[in-house]
Design a protein around this ligand. Sequence first.
Ligand code: FES
Length: 350
Amino acid sequence: MSSQQIPEENLPVEQGTAHGAVEGAGDPFADPGLPAHKPRIQDIDERAANRSERAVALMFTLSMLATVGFIASYVIFPVDQIVYIWPFGHVSALNFSLGLTLGLALFLIGAGAVHWARTLMSDVEVADDRHAIEATPEVKAKVLADFADGARESALGRRKLIRNTMFGALALVPLSGVVLLRDLGPLPEKKLRKTLWAKGKQLVNMNTMEPLRPEDVVVGSLTFAMPEGLEEDAHDFQSQIAKAALMIIRIEPDNIKDKREREWAHEGIVAFSKICTHVGCPISLYEQQTHHVLCPCHQSTFDLSDGARVIFGPAGHALPQLRIGVNSEGNLEALGDFEEPVGPAFWERG
Ligand code: FES
C-alpha cells in the first residue's frame, strides 16, 4: 500500500448518514448517527504506522529483557546482600531487582498493548441497530389461536360447574393465611400503653434501691429511677423496666422553658422516660450545661429543659414526662402514669 492510500474502512464518513441514521433533515428527533470518523496519522501515512509498529515491538522486546533480568536476578544477587538505593535507603538487592524487573516486564506489555490499540487497530465505531421488539402480526395471531385452542380443549367455557367451583376454591384458599395470623400471638392491647407508674408510686433510685428524696437530686446530676415494688428477680422485670425506667434531673425552675414541664416537676426536679423514642435504646448521656441528653444508639438528642423535645437525630417525638410530687414521708412519688406511650413512635400509632 502506498503511503497516501487510505483503507476504505478509514475513509471519513459523513455525519448523520452512518449506520442506520434516520433520514429526514430538519427533524429535531432524527437519529444523528455516529460522528464522522477522523482518520489518525497512522491511517493515512504508512510510515507513521510503521513507526508505531516499531514502538510497540520495542516495548514488547524490553519486556522480554526485563523478564530475563528477573530470572537473572536470582543468579546475580545473593539473598542476604543489602545495598543502599536512594530514596529507599538500605534494601535487599535481590528483592529490589526482582520487583523492578517484574514491574517493568508487566508495565511494558501493557503499554505496548495500549499503544498498539490506539495507533494501529481500527478505531471505526460500529453500531448494531436494535431490532423491533414487538411481535409480528403472524406471531400475535398464532398466540391468540393457541390460547383459544387451549380454552376450548380445557372445556372451561362448557363445563360451568367445574369453572365455578374452581373460582370458588381459588377465592377461598387465601383465607387460610388470615387464620394463620393467629399464630403471631395475642394482641398487645393496652399493655404497651401502660407502665407500672401510678398515683402514689414512689420513685426508687436504681443504684441504691432506696426511695428517692428531693435532696438526693442535685443540680448537674443524672439519676435513674424505677417504681417501688419492682423486684429485680421478678419474671417480668425486663419488660417492666423497659417501659418504666426514668431519668431524674434537677433544673433551676426559671430555666425550664416548657410550661407543662415546670408544672409537672417538683421544685425543678423533672422525671422523663429513659427509653429513646426512636427504637428504644436506653438514654444515658447527660450534658449538664445545656440539659441535653443523648441516645448512644443513633445520636438522637433531647432538650430536658424544653419538654424533652428532639433537637437532633432520628427520634420522632419528645420523651414522655412523668408528673411527680412528694409524699408525706418526703419521698418523690408519681402522680399518675405517663400520659403518652413510652418508647418508639410505632407504639403510639398502634
Ligand atoms: S434508639 Fe435512640 S436514636 Fe435510635
